[in-house]
Each structure stands twice: as structure tokens, then as C-alpha cells.
Design a protein around this ligand. Structure first.
Ligand code: MN
Length: 239
């Protein structure tokens, strides 16, 4: 299998995993930067992630335009992906979702921060982007490159950005890590919310987060193990 075919296959698996884990539902999407052409990325046509197949994967350029358009519709919010890849050359995987557990952290002043080891991949800081700051009253969606670039700027060098009153976007160095980061960010939000109801919360220190992230970058066995587990749970063994 070529690297491109392998990535297309993994992108289908990533869609199924995120749906199975409840990170995305009928809405939300996941993409990967093209392995041979950094000016392009792979993303499904407009379809619910759980239903995505290889035939649904399309290529887009960094303006959000579909390569070789075939009449099928892209996601309205594909500009999130286009702008993040345009502004952040080190990013190779992007997830956009509306995970319920994370929404409170986008509409309050309570910061979302890692509270346990597996969530350290979220990074030290999670900024909140408010579309109204620059664009006033909108329908809240990222529907053009101006919106997307403003979001991508707020993301900065972080791995996760909350979108006020809407959802979040996760961006990391690889498709596999963006999937696990999106999952553990959701779990972290649940644990942090529960812990805050119980009393004062002890967060991971910045040093602990740095150490966990740099260890994870070389932990290839762990990555394979969690990917195999998640894809099996999502029913992808026959794909
Ligand atoms: Mn959205």
C-alpha cells in the first residue's frame, strides 16, 4: 500500500473512531495533510463521520477548494482545516468537533487544563477563540478563510483551541495523535468538571506536561496499541 493509500485508509478509520468515541456525531470532521503535497489535505466530502468510506475522501487545497470537483459538497467548515494547515506547517492532522463535555470551558472563564497523564497531549494552554471578537454577530460557523485564519492565529503553537459557543479544533503533528488528543481532551473535560465539583483541583505541572509530551513522541508501541484498540472497538477490522 502506498503512503497515500495508507493515509486515506487511516482517515476513514479515524472518522469511525471519533464517531464511536462520541467526539463527533452527525457533525464534526477530521482531516490529514497530504503526504506528498503539503499544499493539500485529505477530508471527507460532507458526510457524517461514522458513515465515511474510502470513496468519500477528497483532496482540498489550502484555500478550502476541492481538487478535481465532482459535484459533491464539501463540509461548510472545511476552512478550519485549510487555514490551520496554511498557518501551521508542522500540523498534519486536524479534528473539529462539538464535544459536549468541552463546551462549558469555551463559555466560562474556567481554563481547560490537563488533570491526568493521558490528557497531557492537550498541551499546557488551551486558548479560547471568540468569532464575535472580529466578526460580530455571525451564525457561529467558520465558513470562509478569514474566519479560518483568525481561528488558526488564536490556536498559535497550541494543540487545541476552544471555539466560544460552538466547539473546538485540535491540531497535531499526525493523524493518529490528533485522534487520541481529541478523545483525551474530552475525557479530561469530564474529569476536570467532576473534580471541580468536589473541591480544589491539582493540575499537572508544566514540567509534567512537557515530559509526557516528549516521551509520547517516541512511544511508537503505545501509539500502535491504542490505535489498534480504538479501531477494533469502532468495528474497523474489515476495512
Ligand atoms: Mn462546527
Amino acid at each position: 500500500m502506498s503512503e497515500l493509500d495508507e493515509l486515506r485508509h487511516d482517515l476513514v478509520v479515524a472518522n469511525r473512531i471519533l464517531a464511536h468515541q462520541g467526539v463527533v456525531d452527525g457533525f464534526g470532521h477530521v482531516s490529514a495533510r497530504h503526504p506528498y503535497n503539503p499544499e493539500r489535505f485529505l477530508l471527507s466530502r460532507s458526510r457524517s463521520p461514522e458513515l465515511v468510506t474510502l470513496d468519500d475522501i477528497r483532496e482540498f487545497d489550502l484555500s478550502g477548494d476541492m481538487i478535481d470537483p465532482d459535484g459533491s459538497s464539501g463540509y461548510l467548515e472545511r476552512f478550519i482545516h485549510a487555514a490551520v494547515y496554511e498557518l501551521h506547517p508542522e500540523v498534519n492532522g486536524v479534528v473539529h468537533s462539538h464535544s459536549e463535555a468541552l463546551l462549558p470551558f469555551g463559555i466560562t472563564s474556567v481554563p481547560l487544563k490537563p488533570v491526568f497523564h493521558n490528557a497531557s497531549r492537550m498541551g499546557k494552554e488551551v486558548p479560547v477563540w471568540d468569532i464575535a471578537d472580529k466578526f460580530g454577530d455571525t451564525d457561529m460557523l467558520v465558513v470562509n478563510m478569514d474566519h479560518g485564519r483568525d481561528l488558526a492565529e488564536t490556536l498559535g503553537d497550541n494543540r487545541l483551541v476552544l471555539m466560544r459557543g460552538h466547539g473546538l479544533t485540535v491540531a497535531t503533528e499526525a493523524l493518529h495523535t490528533v485522534v487520541t488528543t481529541a478523545i483525551y481532551a474530552m475525557v479530561n473535560a469530564r474529569v476536570q468538571t467532576t473534580a471541580m465539583q468536589m473541591g480544589e483541583v491539582k493540575f499537572l505541572s508544566e514540567g509534567e506536561i512537557d515530559a509526557a509530551i516528549s516521551k509520547a513522541k517516541t512511544a511508537t508501541i503505545g501509539h500502535k496499541r491504542i490505535w489498534e484498540y480504538l479501531s477494533r472497538r469502532a468495528g474497523c477490522e474489515d476495512l
